[in-house]
Design a binder for this molecule. Structure first.
Ligand code: PLP
Length: 449
């Protein structure tokens, strides 16, 4: 608690609304802020201002797989701040960022060997969409301007990502700002057919045919790219049906449409492989990443790009900028330094392998809750899972909020989206911690009835 300045009235400032919380029911938090104040974190636990330890059930927002307070990361940050705190990467070279691009490319599927750095997942998505437009234009197919997203998809909050996203509350307020020409294929969730499936559902490959419907409607010659999360994370861990992503790939290839995998959550080990593309054995034309690459310590994101797209851009006069796009902080030296340490730790501690070993532990523990009243579905893959709860009649989200509050009372920082609880514990979690997390969920759900 020493981190807190005692003379400052945090509660009064929160109640005044000076600080506007992102993606938050602000008025609800303002009514009772104290239990939510986090002052420190170590390993898989946060500590609240009241001295409670909270297990980090979602690795931050899917971004802290190594846990918190890693001394090697702290050391690297200090050293980097003293050596090179910032340098532009416009026309200049930060050698360590170059080395980082090689390390990331080496982990990616073959042929995705070019990396463009951003500072967030949202920026990575918008960058990938712009690359898709530019690619087709350079190929003489500038009429390919349509982007196809998927219902229930989340691709961040930029205008591009919001437009291809498929979560209604994130879209409706900004409907007039949607980029033109975007359409959505159906999502793959069907509770009747797939409830309580462990891993990939057998039902649902046919949902990929919906892309053919949109191609029939718009004509392939107008479509630039399809963007999907291989596993839909934010909308509650919707696992792709067996064969579905392969089918999307096949249709895109047949029609000259680029396929983008948004791996902001799944990138760097969450599914027990470096990328979901490897887990599902499907090679997209671009992969967006963010979050885990810096363990959430400092923002960084990026896009992995195919040779074909990269080589297409490397044309025209050599003095001209090939892709008029970039961020002041693209390839920031501080983020680069952290990313190197994160990859070092992942490699030295075999953390991606560890995810593979933990997957059955989480699977067994979460599916063990299926007998509880009010549990409508349980899904899981890699080190991620979700539980759908029966909503309180007429009050969508109220059950989720009650579970979240109970979590705080029971040593869990939970992520409830509506009436779904999502889990993505840190890769450093022990089997006992995962089992304890689910025992606590059992207790909470029993208590709430
Ligand atoms: C799949 C996906 N894409 C994009 C984003 C946006 O990332 P950011 O919040 O870093 O902008 C997220 C964030 O959760 C995500 O899950």
């Amino acid at each position: 608690m020493s981190q807190i300045k005692n003379e400052f009235d945090y509660v009064a400032t929160i109640k005044k609304g000076t600080y506007w919380f992102p993606f938050t029911a602000n008025r609800l938090v303002k009514a009772n802020p104290e239990p939510r104040m986090i002052v420190s974190a170590k390993g898989a636990y946060y500590q609240t201002i009241n001295g409670e330890a909270l297990f980090d059930t979602l690795s931050g927002l899917w971004c802290t797989p190594l846990g918190h307070g890693h001394f090697k990361i702290a050391e690297a940050l200090k050293k980097q701040a003293e050596t090179l705190d910032y340098a532009t990467t416009f026309q200049m070279i930060n050698p360590e960022t170059v080395r980082l691009s090689a390390r990331i490319a080496q982990k990616a599927p073959d042929g995705l060997e070019h990396v463009f750095f951003t500072n967030s997942g949202s920026e990575a998505v918008d960058t990938a969409l712009k690359l898709a437009l530019g690619y087709h234009r350079l190929k003489g197919e500038g009429q390919r301007f349509r982007m196809i997203g998927r219902e229930r998809g989340y691709h961040g909050v930029g205008f591009g990502g919001m437009s291809v996203g498929g979560i209604v509350p994130n879209r409706k307020m900004f409907a007039s700002g949607m980029i033109p020409g975007v359409d959505h294929i159906q999502h793959t969730y069907n509770r009747e057919k797939t409830a309580f499936t462990a891993g990939q559902p057998e039902w649902g490959i046919e949902q990929a045919q919906d892309l053919e419907r949109l191609i029939g409607l718009h004509d392939a010659s107008t479509i630039a790219a399809v963007i999907v999360e291989p596993v839909q994370g934010s909308t509650g861990v919707i696992v792709p049906p067996i064969g579905y992503l392969q089918k999307l790939r096949e249709i895109c290839t047949r029609h000259g449409i680029l396929l983008i995998f948004d791996e902001v959550i799944t990138g760097f080990g969450r599914l027990g492989e470096n990328f979901a593309a490897q887990r599902f054995d499907v090679k997209p034309d671009m992969i967006t990443f963010a979050k885990a690459i810096t363990n959430g310590v400092i923002p960084m994101g990026g896009v992995l790009i195919s040779d074909e797209i990269y080589n297409t851009f490397m044309s025209g006069p050599e003095s001209a900028i090939e892709f008029a796009h970039g961020y002041t902080y693209s390839g920031h030296p501080m983020a680069t330094a952290v990313a190197h340490v994160v990859l070092d730790i992942m490699e030295q501690e075999n953390l991606v392998e560890r995810v593979k070993a933990l997957e059955p532990v989480l699977q067994e523990a979460v599916h063990d809750l299926r007998d509880l009243p009010g549990v409508l579905d349980i899904r899981n893959i890699g080190l991620s899972a979700a539980i759908d709860l029966l909503p309180v009649e007429g009050k969508p989200g109220a059950k989720g909020m009650a579970v979240f509050n109970e979590g705080l009372e029971n040593g869990l920082l939970l992520r409830c989206v509506g009436d779904t609880i999502a889990f993505g514990p840190p890769f450093i979690s022990t089997p006992a911690q995962i089992q304890e997390m689910m025992m606590k969920i059992r207790h909470i759900l029993q208590k709430l009835g």
